[in-house]
Design a protein around this ligand. Sequence first.
Ligand code: FAD
Ligand code: NAP
Length: 337
Amino acid sequence: MQWQLLATMLPYNTFKIDEKAEALTEIHTLETFEECRQYARVHQQPIHIVGGGSNILLTTQVDGCVLINKIKGIQVVHENDTYVHVKFSGGEIWHDCVLWAVANQLGGIENLSLIPGTIGAAPIQNIGAYGVELKDVFVSLEAIHIQTGEKKIFDLDSCAFGYRDSVFKNTEKNKWFIYSVTLQLTKHPTLQLSYGNILAELKHLPHSTYSLQDVSQAIINIRQAKLPNPAIIGNAGSFFKNPIISKQHLATIQQSHATIPFFEQKDGIKIPAAWLIEKTGWKGYREGDFGVHTQQALVLVNYGHARGRDIVSLSENIITSVQQVFNIELEREVNIW
Ligand code: FAD
Ligand code: NAP
C-alpha cells in the first residue's frame, strides 16, 4: 500500500471540509486492508474507514490511518423462484447497486435510489428513505474486527437496526470494517408508492402500471428537485434525526402549535426535525460560508470554505433553540470527526 501523508480529505467528504489526514490510502482488496491493519497495529495508530464521506463532518485533522474503501464486486449467492440473495462488496457505490438491481428486475431497494455513499456504510445507520430501510432487505454482512482481525458474520438480529441506527453506532462503534453486505431482492416486487409525493411524480407518466425503473426514476427526480447537490453545495444530507416523542408531549405542543406535522410510529410520534428547525427561525440562516439550506431546513451546508467546527457550533445553537421552544432534544445524524 501507498500512504499519502498529510493528505487533504477534500475529495473524500461531501461537506467539502478541507481538513487533512495524517496518513491516507485507498484500499481495493481485503489483502490491502489486512496490510493496513498490520501497519496501524505496529505503529499504534487508529484506523478510520471512509466510504463516500457523505455522512461525516470533519472538525480537525484526522490522526492515524484513513482507509478509503474501494473494494468492488457484485455476486448472486443464492436464488429461488421468488428472490435472489446478492452479496455486494463494501466499496460498491450504493446508488450503482440500486441501478443494478432495477436493471435486473429485482425489487426492494428502488425507493433508496440516489442515496450517496457506499454499500459498507449502509448498515451503519440503517439507511432509509421514502418508507424503506436497509433492514427491510438485509440478510447479513461480513466484517473484520479492526483491532484483532477476527472475521464475523452479522445477521439481522445482531445488527440491532433501529431508526437511522444500528449496533455499529452503539456498542460496536468504529470496531469493525464491513467488507460485504448481502441483500434479499425480490423477483415479484410489490411497489411501495404510498410515501410522500411518489405517486404524484409517477402520475406524469403516460402509463399507469409502474415498473421498478419508473419508481427509481421518480425518486431520483424528487430528490434532485428537493435536495442540495453536494457536488455544488457541501452537505451531508439530513444533519439531525427526526425525533420521536410521546403522545402526551405532542398534545402539549399542539396547544401552542396546532398545525405541527407528526407521524405515528410503533415507538411513539415522529416529528419532522425540519419543521422544528423552521419554526425556531433557522431555515435559510447563513453566517459567512456556513448555514442552513434555504429549502431544506434539515440540511446544514458549506457554501465554500466553512470549518467543520463552525457547522458543529451552528448545530448546537439549533439544538438549544428547539429544546427551549419545544422541549425536544434533537440528535445529530451526521458523524462528527
Ligand atoms: P461515510 O460518510 O464514508 O462514513 C459514515 C460512517 O460509516 C463513518 O463513521 C465511517 O467510519 C463508517 N463507515 C463507512 N464505511 C464503512 C465500512 N465499510 N465499515 C465500517 N464502517 C464504515 N442517508 C439516509 O439514510 N437516507 C437518505 O435518504 C440520505 N440522503 C442523503 C442525501 C445527501 C445529499 C447526502 C449528502 C447524504 C444522505 N444520506 C442519507 C446520508 C449518507 O448518504 C448515508 O449515511 C450513507 O450510508 C453514508 O455512506 P458513506 O459511504 O458516504 O459513509
Ligand atoms: P419529506 O418527504 O418532506 O418528509 C419530511 C419528513 O416527514 C421526513 O423526514 C419523513 O421521515 C417524515 N414523513 C413524511 N411522510 C411520511 C410517512 N408517510 N410516514 C412516516 N414519515 C413520513 O422528506 P424529505 O426531506 O423530502 O426526504 C424524503 C425521504 O428521504 C425521507 O425518507 C428522508 O428520511 C430521506 N432523506 C434522508 C436524508 C438523510 O441524510 N438521512 C437526506 C435526504 C432525504 P423519515 O425521514 O423518517 O422518512
